[in-house]
Design a protein around this ligand. Sequence first.
Ligand SMILES: CC(C)(COP(=O)(O)OP(=O)(O)OC[C@H]1O[C@@H](n2cnc3c(N)ncnc32)[C@H](O)[C@@H]1OP(=O)(O)O)[C@@H](O)C(=O)NCCC(=O)NCCS
Length: 208
Amino acid sequence: MATSRSVGSMTVDRHVGPPSHVSTLMATALPYPTELMHDIRLPGGAEVHIRPARAADEPELLALFHRLSARSRYQRFFSFIQRLPRRWLQQFANVDYRERLALVAECPSGATLELVAAARYEPAGMPHRQEIAVVVDDRWQAKGLGTILLDDLLRAGEARGVTKFRAFMLVDNARMLALIARLGTVIARSTEQGMVEVLFTRARRASV
Ligand SMILES: CC(C)(COP(=O)(O)OP(=O)(O)OC[C@H]1O[C@@H](n2cnc3c(N)ncnc32)[C@H](O)[C@@H]1OP(=O)(O)O)[C@@H](O)C(=O)NCCC(=O)NCCS
């Protein structure tokens, strides 16, 4: 189980400048996948636009990080980090829409647009297997948004040849575990040092 990898990666990253994958992905990136853009109406009536992330999202992704409660931050990053390392931010926003994909949910906030959720996958060290992560702004949690965003991400992954997904979460993260149980078919699950690792496929029955 790769707990130490996930938790270990929480160390403060002093790297400045683009990470290596950003400079190489320009050559391999698929065109911006407009087919993944759509508008949704949440059960409570709020309208949200879902679309793939792009490099220009870095400031809004950072703003989303700063709006997260300490609890959500800990659940997402497994550490009470105060600052999002620049390299992670660049990785979140700069994706090739193939091996790395990120979807964001945005909605109007005053005169501007605000990102209220993000879901992403990235290579998990084996072909056709990607690691996923999701976060929803606390004000938008428990409205069905995480479910829709993860469903979109899994569908997009499958369409790009991903056969298995991996996720790490805290053992007491019942909502994330329920989300995976709702959308996925669990192949393997292990628990170590307060963390759960789940390997799953997208459930055929999944429909949101
Ligand atoms: C975990 C997380 C991503 C879930 O996102 P969310 O938007 O809050 O989740 P949803 O609203 O889609 O689902 C929440 C509830 O709505 C219910 N729900 C959503 N869609 C539903 C549907 N179509 N039918 C029935 N119930 C549904 C779920 O059963 C769930 O119930 P619960 O509150 O008892 O768990 C979010 O809470 C979060 O960002 N947490 C902090 C970060 C984190 O933990 N990330 C995971 C580690 S990577």
